[in-house]
Design a protein around this ligand. Sequence first.
Ligand code: HEM
Ligand SMILES: *[C@@H]1O[C@H](CO)[C@@H](O)[C@H](O)[C@H]1NC(C)=O
Length: 542
Amino acid sequence: MALPNFSPESWIVYATAFILIPILTIIIVIQSYSQRKLNPREPTVLAPAIPVIGHIIGMAIFGGRYIKNLGIRHRDLPIFTLPVPGSRIYIVADPSLAVAVQRASKVLSFTPIIPEVTERVLGLDAATMEITRKNLDPGPGEERGFLADIQDMVYVQLGPGSYLEELSLAAAHEIQDEIASVTTQPTSPIDLLSWVRHLVTVSTAKYLYGPQNPIAVDPSLETSFWDFDHGLGSLLMNIYPSITAPKAYLGREKLSAALLVYLEAGLHKKGSSIVQRRVEIAQQHGWALPAIAREELSFLFAGIVNATTSTFWILVHLYADPSLLASVREEVQAVLETPKLDSTSGRARLYLTDLRDTCPVLVAVYRECLRLGSDTYSTRLVKQDHILANQYFLAKNSVVQIAGGVIHADSRIWGEDVDSFNPKRFLVTKEGGVGKENGGVGGVVKQKQNNAFHPAAFRAFGGGKTLCPGRHFAMNEILAFVALVVLQFDMKPAHGDKIEVPRKNDGVLPVHILEPVCPVEVLISRREDSVARKARKAKFSM
Ligand code: HEM
Ligand SMILES: *[C@@H]1O[C@H](CO)[C@@H](O)[C@H](O)[C@H]1NC(C)=O
């Protein structure tokens, strides 16, 4: 019996009929199923291109950029639903809805997520996790758990008041000392981000953990710290981290071992009082020292990483634009030369409050760098079915994320030039203004009122219950750092004839202010004028 004689064409017909059509049918069925709303009031569902797992794959490959691009492409949607296997992610892309999420903090809560994250990232043991999960969200009069106690303390200490001033001054002096000891070789190229990293890491470790902190004792731990930072996303995945994220894992283990030695020796008694309070609270809740060492790594991390990257961006933008740099120098120099000499030492005084209040261009550059650099997501777990803002159904056990990156890229909020660096958007200027086109400060310049933009549109510090407790401190510290650098250093490009501002790498999990896609290499030299000398020795005041 002869076999039917299939020509190549008929193979295609058969293959189409028996293989492709059924597969396509399945895909279409799954797609329309995954586009279905759980409730008529659920936000618009965006089905993934690859059924079921598409969004997860997108996030794994493209990092934070995946959701940001979806939000930008669907600009008309203030909130939308991403179906993922077994759950939903609701993306909030509108400041008013962000406020509604922040207000509903009992139902849309961040606290249940904290233990999951810290367990993985810090490698905490089971006994510690049991303590941490107790009384997470205490109501009035209920017993308070470890997290509630430590957060209360940190928010109070770093809120406006005398301790904030004390710590800000301590930080400014440490930074000043570190900068004073910088040696410059005007002919050898320096990677600006590494330069800032070193200065911030060493000084933060000192003002928080004292002169005998682990990094001061063993400088090789500075590399361990940044290894840990760069593998945070992989540690969060927590799939055999010692194998899948060996550098980050090793960095974390080395640092927490060193912090343990430090705590056992009682050296934190010579550190800041906020660190001493943190250790006490952990001990009161029954934490063992090895776990406290790991927990402190997270505080050191919070103090270092965002301050580093924001300072880097501010310096790049200033040194890339000579007229902007000139405006900022002029403002800062005026603060330094306000004739309020210290009566005992005769040193010039640098008032931190004046950097905040009388340097509008500096502050505008700071805010604009944070706007452009932070694609932060504020994440909340939906504890019960909830109707958000009387309008949108959110299903129990799904996740809500306020997408800072989408809100920061919204031209309806920030104007048509939303994608460019333009500190003027935070300034009220009269004729002339500041920056490239106009050459320095012209006319009267002052900060725009805080209410010039929607109060929840600036997301660099998060918002609601998870608003960064360190935000006042960070501003004091970063402005002091930048003021000291602009008065004491010149920078030229190592290659080419002008410093180019690189793009930011938004293809990662945005755990902190985004880093540049490529290094910025500069030649740094000291300014030797009288202003530079005054700045080097100035006494900081509030
Ligand atoms: C420009 C610098 C900084 C930025 C942009 C920033 C941003 C943030 C953001 C967005 C969060 C909230 C995270 C979330 O919602 O999941 C946060 C939390 C936190 N930040 Fe900052 N931060 C900065 C500097 C600092 C500094 C210098 C410190 C400490 C000295 C600090 C201490 C903290 C702490 C302790 C938390 C956790 C609060 C909690 O327990 O919920 N931050 N930060
Ligand atoms: C740092 O800033 C980014 C962007 O604003 C934010 O997503 C992140 O949670 C912050 N991290 C810490 C440790 O403060």
